[in-house]
Design a protein around this ligand. Structure first.
Ligand code: C2E
Ligand code: MG
Ligand code: MG
Ligand code: MG
Length: 293
């Protein structure tokens, strides 16, 4: 009997409970290779005026085009880069490349668009972060006021005193701060009073079930109210339907970002969109795979 059990016993391997999985480790090895091979690139998703649908700015979203795996989702590789520190290198590159790209977008559009760049917690806390920011601004010749840095509530709460210093320095450069995925993190609203924040990005989780969900509607209304009283602008993320857009617009949301008004797209496609001033046809990328390896 014992022999039977011994043979038949199944080894339960649950990688996600104990650090990185084998998949993550091979993905990690592939990432270092990818940096050398130049497989990372940036896509740009329009952020549009909720009324006119004119493009006001773009969010920079990192992409990894692996030669055999295809497009790897940042939801897979950013957490790995955050753990091994590669995010500092990738993030610095993304910030600089995005600022340079925005200059070109502005020349095409002949109006002052802005670029919104995601900053991870580790990047934000890195000693070199302000140097990286200054380098991107100086090198590109971009005016700081056309730069928005997206951070999460979590990034602010890890070390609020440090965050206050960094945000103050960003304000000196006239860069604006957006709270990404607003409402999904662990934080108190007190930080809206303490820190110089300009934009709230309502997470897709609160938009997805609109207009049907009363609870999500109540949350979106409360955020819009709060933002109005604090003079913050609001971007609704993940807007996929006309009904969702109408719901948010009617309640005073100024800016929309989602597949409805433009998927993330390569720079040349973004330029075509700017030439049309609006972006209606879905020429953006297909859904990214996050099931690779
Ligand atoms: P995020 O900053 O909240 O970006 C928004 C995500 O929602 C993007 O996913 C975007 O493609 C997706 N999205 C936009 N509109 C819609 C929609 O209508 N429907 C749906 N279903 N999704 C929509 P993506 O590109 O996969 O990026 C995932 C996350 O990876 C980002 O979330 C951000 O946290 C992180 N990320 C991406 N690029 C960078 C980067 O350059 N640096 C850092 N630190 N993080 C990045
Ligand atoms: Mg973002
Ligand atoms: Mg977001
Ligand atoms: Mg998000």
């Amino acid at each position: 009997r014992a022999k039977e059990t011994g043979k038949a016993r199944c080894v339960v391997y649950s990688p996600r409970q104990n650090g990185p999985s084998e998949h993550d480790i091979s993905l990690e090895a592939a990432m270092f290779q990818a940096v050398r091979e130049g497989e990372f690139m940036l896509h740009y998703q329009p952020i549009v005026d909720a009324r006119t649908r004119e493009i006001e700015g773009f969010e920079t979203l990192m992409r990894w085009k692996h030669p055999t795996l295809g497009m790897v989702s940042p939801a897979r590789f950013i957490p790995i880069a955050e753990t091994n520190g590669l995010i500092n290198l990738l993030g610095a590159w993304a910030l600089k490349a995005a600022c340079v790209q925005l200059k070109q977008f502005q020349e095409v559009a002949k109006r002052p668009l802005y670029i919104s760049v995601n900053i991870s917690p580790r990047q934000f806390r890195n000693d070199k972060f302000l140097d990286v920011l200054d380098d991107a601004i100086t090198y590109s010749g971009l005016s700081g006021e056309h730069l928005v840095l997206e951070i999460t509530e979590g990034t602010l709460m890890i070390d609020p005193a440090h965050a206050e210093t960094i945000l103050g320095k960003m304000a000196e450069r006239r860069a604006r701060i957006a709270i990404d995925d607003f409402g999904t993190g662990y934080s108190s609203l007190a930080y809206l009073k303490r820190f110089p924040i300009s934009v709230l990005k309502i997470d897709r989780a609160f938009i997805r079930d609109l207009p049907g969900s009363q609870k999500d509607g109540a949350i979106c209304n409360a955020v819009l109210d709060l933002a109005r009283h604090l003079s913050l602008s609001v971007v609704a993320e993940g807007v996929e339907t006309e009904e969702q857009l109408a719901y948010m617009r009617e309640r005073g949301c100024q800016y929309i970002q989602g597949y409805l008004t433009g998927k993330p797209m390569a720079a040349n496609v973004a330029i075509a969109a700017l030439n049309e001033r609006r972006y209606k046809d879905v020429l953006g990328e297909d859904v990214l795979r996050d099931d690779v390896l």
